[in-house]
Write a protein that binds this ligand. Sequence first.
Ligand SMILES: Cc1cc2nc3c(=O)[nH]c(=O)nc-3n(C[C@H](O)[C@H](O)[C@H](O)COP(=O)(O)O)c2cc1C
Length: 343
Amino acid sequence: MNADIEQHAWHPDTRLFDAAAPLEQQLRFALQYAVLAPSNHNAQPWRFLVNRDTVQVCADRTRALPVVDPFDRELLISCGAALFNLRVALSHFGLAYAITLFPSEADPDIVASLRVSSDGYRDAGLAGLFDAITARVTTRAPFVDEVISGALQMKLAAACDAEGAVASCVEARAARQAIASLIEQADHVQFADARFRRELASWIHPRRAGDGMPAYGTVLGELLDLAAPAVTSVVRVFDLGSGTPATHQRLVEGSPLLVGISTARDDREAWLAAGQALERLLLVAAREGFTASYLNQPIEVGTLRDALQTLLQVDALPQLLLRVGRGPQVAHAPRRPLPDVVD
Ligand SMILES: Cc1cc2nc3c(=O)[nH]c(=O)nc-3n(C[C@H](O)[C@H](O)[C@H](O)COP(=O)(O)O)c2cc1C
């Protein structure tokens, strides 16, 4: 896939939305925005079934990441982020909706059924996030070393709260340092596992098209080389461009604010809520000119999750850990063509 086609998904022509068209057509139009949600390894583990006034948002477990995400927790978080973008797009186009989560006992892959209905839910706050959908991007570069205002932190916390999750903002240097050392431990555990490296390598393979992550220089070869298990943070945290692993210290300096997203429970409903909270937070940040990337390693390595919870000083269970700040402009990751994900 060439670069122009890869970027095409990020420029839907909003003027082509036809409010007089059948609802099914309007829903298909709105799904162009759902697929711009983030997903682990850019696996895009979702499918959408459109039938008249209803969209079923489905988990595509053929795109699961069994090593890094054995229980499909992050997979459902990604589906939650896609559902949130769909809600924002529908709100922008003036369509109210009602959502039923996990509507079918028989088919646990249907994570949500969304029906457009004039007496459905409307949220004026969502429409205002529409332009941020195409502006949001994961930025793995170091961020500007600056104080992040309390006002922004409160907006990020309110975004998570609105979706039933808790945001914990960490800006004190000593606390960021303690979390960075937990990330370093988690990196060591994960990258020592050849299956983890093999799984990651398969999603940054240059022959992938429409999904996966950009290849970082020589990293792919190193991931597949059992004798060189130390590429760690280059891929997962920073793209320093030189192939040099980000040091723990660089992580602290280049991440002025860390944000944990936690939920009271640890089940499929909580994971969907965490995904919607994630995307709401990211869109609010993007609207304010801020960007983010992920530091989920101490959550994925289950034995470190309690320690992270303690450092975040939160009663709820951590689901995601982000770094937030202002970074350089980076290219968008590709998306699969809509016909591949919409039935
Ligand atoms: C649940 C989840 C976990 C993620 N984990 C990581 C991660 O550990 N490291 C990373 O660099 N990016 C991570 N990402 C970001 C994805 O790689 C990114 O969303 C994807 O490549 C698409 O790029 P975009 O966000 O710029 O659209 C994660 C995203 C989600 C939703």
